[in-house]
Design a protein around this ligand. Structure first.
Ligand code: UD1
Length: 371
């Protein structure tokens, strides 16, 4: 019998829990043992446990309790503690997701131990290195052996940096990486989540809002929250833009703390609520008239649901959402005309299956060949 190969998944923040779920489901058909490591970057129940519960994720095999801190300290703690686990577990590959400090710490620990890194959501660029996430993305892509891109734009970004598709070497390595356009794993999670949200979510009733009668707002990025003047400018902008409409604002803990220091107040029509789970957020977004956000995940979810979005940033890693007309950048030029019939970018919702197949080819014997 083929011995099981071990994949160690490093997650730590909300969007990573959401993406882990479809990939674990798809991997069940392959001879892998998946070990889940939670760095502890997000730790409040509403930022972490709620997602494990509602997504049916297994309890993490390792919980590192890293918590909050400066970027350097948080990344360093992830690096140090992931290294300890990798030395014990010696997995065949480490899978990292997105662009958080957990992604970078996990990838760096693995690369230093010569364990292949698999990057889910590779090749995205905002071309703004003042964003902590941009630094994380660039570094992780250049450490990775297997890179799963959500779009051709992402493949092209990597090619320009010399990270190319490679010649299907066996096994892939950081010097001979394999780059694949699998589509966006978030889209798989989105389709699955939406069907559950439609059946189960009571959030509109709980919050006392009616479909098509409110705006949804989220803000959590450091560049929008850490400087009270910037947050103040946003509050003024949002009060003006949403005048007369009810606004639902599930508030990230970072933003709640920052708002306490902010000299400008939201209008009474902006309802500040606790962070909500993935299914409730999908239900809220689906029935919103508009979205204002600085989240990368929500920009795509709005685009897939065809809810007009204003991104509270100067640039985006998801340019297809803007060129399609569904997303506009705050302070940026107006987006193109909306083309409702245009096919949607970022894959077909089969990213998890494509990733599992590629992982099988790279690191294990695929099921078919075992039979
Ligand atoms: C992180 C990611 C960001 C991602 C987001 C997803 C980095 C650099 N950024 O941002 O790319 O979009 O996760 O949600 O990794 N806090 C709590 N409780 C928690 C978690 C955070 O109170 O459970 C507060 C703390 O004050 C903390 C602050 O939020 O300092 C920021 O948290 P952190 O994990 O550093 O970054 P995020 O803003 O969540």
């Amino acid at each position: 019998m083929t011995p099981l190969r071990t994949l160690l998944h490093v997650v730590g923040a909300r969007p990573q829990f959401i993406k882990l779920a479809p990939l674990l489901r798809a991997l069940a058909a392959f001879p892998f043992r998946s070990v889940v490591l939670h760095t502890g970057q997000h730790y409040d129940d509403r930022m972490s446990q709620l997602f494990f519960d509602e997504l049916g994720l297994p309890a993490p095999d390792h919980h590192l309790g890293v918590g909050s801190g400066t970027h350097g300290r948080q990344t360093a703690l992830v690096l140090e503690r992931v290294e300890d686990v990798l030395r014990q577990q010696t997995p065949d590959a480490v899978v990292v997701y997105g662009d958080t400090n957990s992604t970078l710490g996990g990838a760096l620990a693995a690369a230093k131990l010569h364990i292949p890194v698999v990057h889910v959501e590779a090749g995205l660029r905002s071309f703004n290195k003042r964003m902590p996430e941009e630094v994380n993305r660039v570094l992780v892509d250049h450490l990775s052996s297997l890179l799963f891109c959500p779009s051709e734009t992402a493949v092209e970004n990597l090619r320009r940096e010399g990270v190319t598709r490679g010649d299907t070497p066996d096994p892939p390595s950081p010097d001979h990486p394999v780059v694949l356009n699998t589509g966006d794993l978030m889209y798989d999670a989105h389709l699955h989540g939406l069907s559950i949200a439609e059946r189960t979510s009571t959030i509109l009733r709980d919050l006392g809002v009616s479909p098509g009668r409110y705006v949804l707002l989220t803000i959590h990025r450091a560049e929008n929250t850490d400087d009270p003047e910037q947050l103040s400018r946003l509050v003024t902008f949002l009060n003006a833009q949403t005048a007369g409409a009810d606004v639902i604002f599930p508030m990230h803990p970072r933003t709640r703390a920052a708002y306490e220091r902010c000299p400008t107040r939201f209008a009474a029509s902006v309802h500040l609520v606790d962070p909500v789970g993935h299914f409730d957020l999908l239900a809220l977004l689906r029935d919103a008239t508009r979205l204002f956000t600085d989240s990368g995940g929500l920009q795509r979810e709005a685009y897939w649901l065809r809810v007009p979005c204003v991104t509270l940033r100067d640039e985006t890693e998801w340019p297809e959402t803007v060129s399609s007309g569904w997303n506009t950048l705050y302070r940026g030029p107006a987006s193109g005309p909306v083309s409702p019939a245009a096919p949607l970018a970022y894959g077909s919702g089969r990213a998890a299956a494509l990733m599992a197949g590629a992982l099988g080819r790279a690191f294990a014997v695929a099921v078919e060949t075992r039979r």
